[in-house]
Design a protein around this ligand. Sequence first.
Ligand SMILES: *[C@@H]1O[C@H](CO)[C@@H](O)[C@H](O)[C@H]1NC(C)=O
Ligand SMILES: *[C@@H]1O[C@H](CO)[C@@H](O)[C@H](O)[C@H]1NC(C)=O
Ligand SMILES: *[C@@H]1O[C@H](CO)[C@@H](O)[C@H](O)[C@H]1NC(C)=O
Length: 352
Amino acid sequence: MDGRTLLKVVIITCLIASSTGRELKVKDQRTIYNHTLATILVEYAATVYHSDLTELFTWTCPRCDDLTKGFQIIELIVDVKRCLQAFVGVAPDLNAVVIAFRGTQGTSIQNWIEDLYWKQLDIDYPGTEDAMVHHGFYSAYHNTTLRPGVLSAVKTAKELYGDIPIMVTGHSMGGAMAAFCGLDLTVNLGSRNVSVMTFGQPRIGNAAFVSYYSKRVPNTIRVTHEHDIVPHLPPYYQYFPQKTYHHFPTEVWLHNTGLGILAYTVEKVCDNSGEDPSCSRSVAGNSIKDHLRYYGVRLGGEEDPGFCRIVMDRGLAAHGTVDVDGNVILSRDIPASVLRMNVESNEQGRSV
Ligand SMILES: *[C@@H]1O[C@H](CO)[C@@H](O)[C@H](O)[C@H]1NC(C)=O
Ligand SMILES: *[C@@H]1O[C@H](CO)[C@@H](O)[C@H](O)[C@H]1NC(C)=O
Ligand SMILES: *[C@@H]1O[C@H](CO)[C@@H](O)[C@H](O)[C@H]1NC(C)=O
């Protein structure tokens, strides 16, 4: 065997070894990615940006149709001061409770993204050692009117519909809040069947947090799109594993491949590390445009979200409570809505 052949053998052996290694790494118990479900949940993540509360509450907004048709809001929660919004409701088609959180709207997305470069891990996540998260994302869910509103609606849903699955979703910062909510429901409310699917979310905690999170909410899919910049932030420093932000699994990276008329979108299910180097990390995160579109659905507020816009007509006030800070919680008159849902389902020949 001459030197060159030997070299070839060595290289081939290495390739085989490394590819087997990779195969072993992905053999684990993880959520199965469901494309259909993703295309439905992204609609909810888009709808929660809608600023006309009457149209949202009555589910008559322009997007409140097709894949989300028949959705019954149990509670719509708006934190006016911080410009946060979320809803909890029941989706008859999915036979599940859906909880959706809105992303940033009050300031321009550009400023918000620039800020993300400098976010520190600055608060301990309670209940587990060494787990740290970003205070701003953490408190947007935990220390606002959103958490009590969501928990009370989830309890109501449980009384009415039993232990149906709970699906939590959100885009951008709404994805960060969805993750905190999914963990909270599992750990503090004892909900069983919680799954989380987020779109273009930033990193929210360190590796210790990720390991705590993934054990409790293994049914998590974190969808990223092409060069979307937000999943790259706050930055991941490979050489400082203890100190850096770290994503949780399982990433699903949407990207285009092929050229011209042969171009098509690949939905790559990534490894169980949370930081698969062959997924969105394999490209530069330099696009806001890719951040604002997932599965062809536009996510985000109005084109010029210079301020936090909320529209509500007077008829809605009867359903609502407004606290001292001006926050709004709109709750449905539940028995009537259960009735309505059953009637609608019967009309369509389906039972709930
Ligand atoms: C994927 O999700 C859709 C919508 O919830 C559901 O109808 C379908 O059965 C799911 N597919 C699989 C393979 O679980
Ligand atoms: C929660 O909010 C209150 C009032 O805004 C603030 O004083 C408190 O420090 C916050 N707590 C956390 C943990 O962020
Ligand atoms: C979660 O809900 C789905 C659909 O109802 C069901 O098939 C599954 O067994 C449930 N899982 C658990 C752990 O309860």
